[in-house]
Design a protein around this ligand. Structure first.
Ligand code: NAD
Length: 284
């Protein structure tokens, strides 16, 4: 079987058109959705992510502000900036680009962002709301994966979803979103014994490991849906996922490529969350 490609770039473009319309509607109410991004230090990858997020905001006619702080900034000063932004009505979403320097407590930073402006969906309040199926901000990568599946016409209800990876930003919340939509979920991680036993039973297999070409054809059930979250570089420096695309695409039913798979959806859902925050600010 040769897998159908789930084109994340196309689905993201379609969603961004819908979000652009939401921005237009808000502008009629004199609200311009605004995202404030804080970048600490000079990590090249973080800078690229931040630039992409800002560009995406501008393309949709949203406001974006980049606050750059030096690597040596104190935790107190960073928290102070967040508190200022919490009170600034011009910015509906606040994002602190991770990772942070070691002297800053990431947990404290996340908890200082108002849950009402937590467009990354990392605040414990939003994570808790997601757990019990209440409205809040969903973490962007898992949210984007749910939309990819929905737009491809793949229902998760009753399916066996196997997730390899249990990070707080991808694997764990994704499992919860799948469960909320009635999937049967298995989590696998670095301590899982006989990984293949689990992955080869998946109707929907999610790879969020961070190891290039980790999932091979032998790990996948014939016809399965395979979602590759990984963003890695192979030995020749080329971008690649956690799934060995060349072999798995010959066995799976659907597969996301890297790039142009999950990646474009992450920023799209950040834009969506920011517009949602802006529209909810009207009622406060
Ligand atoms: P992480 O390093 O926080 O977590 C990796 C997970 O993989 C851990 O839970 C670990 O238990 C598991 N793991 C490690 N080795 C394993 C093994 N041998 N067998 C089974 N499980 C194993 O990573 P993360 O932040 O969740 O990111 C995972 C990948 O997804 C990375 O490549 C990252 O760059 C990428 N990512 C992509 C996007 C996107 O927008 N596409 C967003 C976030 C992360």
């Amino acid at each position: 079987m040769v897998a159908a490609i789930i084109n994340g770039k196309e689905i993201a473009a379609k969603k961004r058109l819908e979000i652009a319309k939401m921005v237009e509607n808000l502008k009629e109410n004199d609200i311009v959705p605004g995202l404030a991004v804080i970048l600490v230090g000079n990590n090249a990858a973080s800078r690229t992510y931040v630039t992409n997020k800002q560009k995406a905001c501008q393309e949709l006619g949203m406001n974006s502000l980049l606050i750059e702080l030096p690597e040596a900034v104190s935790e107190k000063e960073l928290l102070g900036k967040i508190i200022e932004l919490n009170d600034n009505p011009k910015f509906h979403g606040i994002l602190v680009q991770l990772p942070l320097p070691k002297h800053i407590d990431e947990k404290k930073v996340i908890e200082t962002i108002s849950p009402l402006k937590d467009v990354d969906g990392f605040h414990p309040v939003n994570i808790g709301r997601m757990m019990i199926g209440q409205d809040g901000f969903l973490p962007c990568t898992p949210f984007g994966i749910m939309i990819l599946l929905e737009e491809t016409g793949i229902s998760v209800a009753g399916k066996h979803v196997v997730i390899v990876g249990r990070s707080n930003i991808v694997g764990k919340p994704l499992g919860q979103l799948m469960l909320n939509q009635h999937a049967t979920v298995t989590y696998c991680h670095s301590k899982t014994k006989d990984l293949k036993l689990h992955t080869s039973q998946a109707d929907i297999l999610i790879a969020a490991v961070g190891i290039p070409n980790f999932i091979k054809a032998e790990d996948v059930k014939e016809g399965a849906v395979v979602i590759d979250v990984g963003i890695n570089r192979n030995e020749s420096g080329k971008l690649c996922g956690d799934v060995d695309f060349a072999e798995v695409s010959q066995k799976a039913g659907f597969i996301t490529p890297v790039p142009k798979g999950v990646g474009p959806m992450t920023i799209t859902m950040l834009l969506y969350n920011t517009v949602k925050a802006a529209s909810e600010s009207i009622h406060r």
